[in-house]
Write a new protein. Structure first.
Length: 297
């Protein structure tokens, strides 16, 4: 299975990353150090995870050369106004202790006013192009190497890419797991040359137990002599996506880094099992944010 994918910039992005969403303070630094020791070079973070300073400290202490690392962060919803992008990016850079990111994503296709509690900025939500242009400027300034999007459905990707973009989105980071495999989005993205990144790939803390107990997963694990988590993580890479498993447990971090090619017949059985039930999303903040629409519709 591919250890890297090549982005439109020519940069090679490692196919397995350590995800640090919900990695608690006091735990995330050790998780990053364990991951780097196990061979990971790709850390997927975000400003809103509120752990970038601890991640940065761990990177510094691990002394892996910066050019060997792949660091992703994300622009939070309150900072979509073009004048707010660079200051909050600078905050991320300073917390991580670096002068550039490898990849910077628009975290959600939802813009809030800078001040206030999730006050919708309708104009910048309906039209993310002004925000995107600012991200393009950050590429030209050398502060980020690649730019992309997250949680965009097909309609929202098309809404953005209908503009005369200088740089196309390099990736779209979305929820992908056994319970929400999104085959249509995956196929459409492949046809349109847009790489997907799978967050909550194991089903997140809410559903990881159920995922690892799926009969097809256990059967493949048994046949290949690998763990159920390795089956799922390998399945993602074999589907052609980047995979971002989160763990703060050393043994699991090590386990999750090893991917294995699944024989085609078994892969197809697992794919069919994933697509056989009504899809269930683990992550949808539309109601929590009191949006007047569902972000995925
Ligand atoms: P923990 O971080 O306590 O080790 P996802 O990547 O889909 O968001 O899932 C993250 C959840 O899955 C966390 O609860 C994490 O627990 C757990 N997890 C991660 N890797 C493994 C593994 N190899 N085996 C079992 N559980 C795992």
């Amino acid at each position: 299975l591919p250890s890297h994918y090549t982005l439109p910039s020519g940069d090679k992005i490692p196919s397995v990353a350590l995800g640090v969403w919900q990695a608690a303070p006091g735990e995330v630094g050790n998780a990053v150090k364990t991951a780097l020791g196990a061979g990971y070079r790709h850390i997927d973070g975000a400003w809103i995870y509120r752990n970038e300073a601890e991640v940065g400290q761990a990177l510094k202490e691990s002394s892996v050369p910066r050019e060997d690392l792949w660091l992703t962060s994300k622009l939070w919803n309150n900072y979509h106004a073009p004048e707010d992008v660079e200051p909050i990016l600078d905050d991320t850079l300073s917390k991580l202790g670096t002068d550039y990111l490898d990849l910077y994503l628009i975290h959600w296709p939802v813009a809030f006013k800078k001040e206030g509690n999730n006050v919708l900025d309708k104009a910048l939500t309906d039209d993310p192009y002004p925000t995107w242009k600012k991200l393009e400027e950050m590429v030209d300034k050398g502060k980020v190497k690649n730019i992309g999007i997250s949680n965009f459905n097909i309609r929202r990707v098309q809404n953005l890419t209908a503009n005369p973009l200088k740089y196309k989105p390099a990736v779209n980071q979305v929820e992908l797991n056994f319970w929400n495999p999104q085959p249509d989005l995956l196929e459409w993205s492949k046809e349109n040359g847009l790489l997907l990144e799978a967050y909550s790939p194991l089903g997140s803390n809410k559903q990881v137990g159920e995922t690892l107990a799926v009969p097809e997963v256990k059967d493949i694990a048994c046949k290949l002599g690998i763990t159920p988590a390795q089956v799922i993580i390998s399945w993602h890479v074999q589907r052609g996506t980047i995979v971002l498993p989160k763990s703060v447990t050393a043994s699991r971090i090590v386990e999750n880094y090893d991917v294995f090619e699944i024989p085609q017949d078994l892969f197809e059985k697992l794919e069919a099992a994933a697509n056989a039930h009504t899809p269930q999303r683990v992550v949808n903040p539309s109601k929590g944010w009191k949006l007047p629409f569902d972000v995925f519709e």
